[in-house]
Design a protein around this ligand. Sequence first.
Ligand code: FAD
Ligand code: SIN
Length: 514
Amino acid sequence: MKIETDYLILGSGIAGLTVAIKLAEQFPDRKILIVTKSNADESNTKYAQGGIAVVIDGIDDDFEKHINDTLICGDGLCNREVVEMVVKKGPKRLKELIDWGTNFDLTAEGNLDLAKEGGHSNHRVVHHKDQTGREIERAILTKTHQKKNIEILDFHFAIDLITKSNSCFGAFVLDEKNDTIIPVYSRFTILATGGIGQVYKQTTNPLIATGDGIAMAIRANATIKEMEFIQFHPTALYMPKSTSTFLISEAVRGFGAYLKTKKGRRFLFDYDVRGELASRDIVSRSIETELKKSKDKCVYLDCTHLDILAFKNHFPTIYQNCLLSGIDITKDWIPVIPTQHYLCGGILVDANGQTSIENLFACGECSQTGLHGANRLASNSLLEALVYANQIFEFLKKLDVKKIIVEKPVPDYFPSKKILDKKIIAKIKKDLQNCMQQNAGIIRNDTDLKKALEQLLIWKKQCQEMEHEYKVTKEFLELKNMITVSIPIVAFSLKRNENKGSFFKEGKTINLQF
Ligand code: FAD
Ligand code: SIN
């Protein structure tokens, strides 16, 4: 079996679905195929809490302020042209999302309610309570289902890109339910496969975030950039007995919550004049430093002084989840720790979302656009995904699809029927997550990084051997991809000798820009 399509989109988060809807509306006679490895709505997008950063209030806020906040946060490594483009195009993209049926919270006067988050000099984060991502995913998935020329193949796992002479012609895909490998030939391919969170033991990301798109791009020899810039969110709920994590949105600090040590000291002003509202890299590193000093397991978010009714209205999910964990935020402080959250680097793209491979595009968290630099400003990720999905659409709109002659190689995956014991994969995966957590965390050093790289190369070799002996499964492919993306995270960290934004190596000097 084989599939042929005009546009192949890998991933059904905000980035992938946005491109799909726009192409479907522009070209009703062309075929758009979305391949996604889990339920169609499963994505990092679905878990986004805080919201989308967009300049709305023309009195207190303006583009220049949002641009400056983004540049300061990115610590000198943002591409200023990209930052200006994304910030200025934000309001139009937000309006489109609203036109597609996304509901955002309004004030009593009927204006968009604007929240504040770390690193922002103004209130500019539009949100749907503390479930912004869930609402966006609902609205755009509904819109996608209404388009007759979009087909979604859920539980289909993209294994590798089909490439020849630096051009991309689709992807080989594992149909998980029927256990077959299908070549999907396409004139244009868009990677929208999200982040890498699962390579860390503690992450806010769901299970799908195994870096597949970036790993595929690496195997296809696409250029990747700045993989060492891993963002750690300062405030995930501390749940020592649980394997999952739950995010306490940065908007909670924007709402006025204090970060305190166990003894009740608001320590952040020791590190940055912005205190609780410093950018995430600074807050996470400060917490890590405090915990090393005190030997405590976590720090605390104190919300007890806040307007509780207003809090419950803005953050109903956080309020309920805390209660389920035995924390009544009206009386108790919330125990929190920094946790892996976001990859600032990824597949290098130009302003049209083009990768270094012909006919291959990337947008969303798997891409490196130049917007985030060394550290992403809060709520700039959903914004980036919307703007770059549109950039790709605007570029593709002008291209003549008929000019693309698609090469059609057949898959040559080793046809073994031997099944690898799932326990072996699970064990290496767990060891990998521990290895990355311990050696490539918030504060790194060359000795640990070297140790980690040696171990990763051993696992890479083991995987290569297993790949020839056993049948290809989703679990195995995810493990292989996690190893593939961990290697540049560690190798680029070893190479980098200047501490910037979210990257910090012991023994190096840090250049604080605020
Ligand atoms: P995703 O939404 O992750 O979608 C990736 C898609 O690719 C999924 O459908 C996945 O199943 C699919 N996929 C992956 N690999 C394969 C494969 N091999 N084959 C087929 N399909 C595949 N950002 C903000 O701007 N504001 C926020 O408030 C905010 N809050 C956040 C809260 C949490 C808890 C988390 C985890 C992230 C948050 N972020 C936030 C970051 C933001 O949500 C993500 O960066 C963004 O949603 C990424 O969108 P995406 O479309 O690129 O990827
Ligand atoms: C949050 O709500 O704290 C997450 C925001 C983000 O990742 O930008």
